[in-house]
Write a protein that binds this ligand. Structure first.
Ligand code: NI
Length: 167
């Protein structure tokens, strides 16, 4: 297992639409392990493969406070959404920035787990917001895309400046 580098906005690979996983083989299991290790190392609640530069539809989430509730979702699909909520969020790909985003209050999801079994799950509140955020990553969407254009411009400028000073 290895911690991977998390890509940060405005990296173009974060905008790619990820492909479905065709077979759960050793490469996918290693990817899931790397993603979980990376998420825990960065103290995130979720990570999409897109964020480490792998354009496959894979997400890991741990929304528990004691970091013992790892979920691995392969090819997640949203079957239904209900209601809305205002959710305060951040993203490992948009470091240092937090804001409120409108998310579904409840979602029904279908996905494959790491054993390849099809699962259906109803999630709500913070967990629904978290899954919504991660699944959007697979479609090249960042949470800041939901904010005003003025805020988006400001965030992008600040992150570009940080990137310059890092080089
Ligand atoms: Ni994110």
């Amino acid at each position: 297992m290895a911690i991977q580098r998390v890509l940060t906005h405005p990296e173009p690979r974060l905008r790619e639409k990820a492909r479905p996983v065709e077979a759960i083989n050793q490469n996918i299991l290693t990817l899931l392990d790397d993603m979980a290790e990376t998420m825990y190392a960065y103290q995130g609640v979720g990570l999409a493969a897109t964020q480490i530069g792998v354009p496959l539809r894979v997400v890991v989430v741990d929304y528990s406070t004691d970091r013992s509730g790892l979920h691995c979702l392969i090819n997640p699909e949203i079957l239904a959404e209900e209601g809305t909520q205002e959710h305060e969020e951040g993203c490992l790909s948009v470091p240092g920035y937090y804001d409120t985003v409108k998310r579904p209050a409840q979602m029904t999801l279908r996905y494959l787990d790491r054993e390849g079994n099809q699962q259906e799950q109803v999630v709500e509140e913070g967990l629904a917001a978290c899954y919504s955020h991660e699944i959007e990553h697979l479609n090249g969407i960042l949470f800041v895309d939901h904010l005003s254009l003025l805020k988006q411009k400001r965030i992008k400028k600040r992150l570009e400046k940080q990137m310059e000073t890092r080089d």
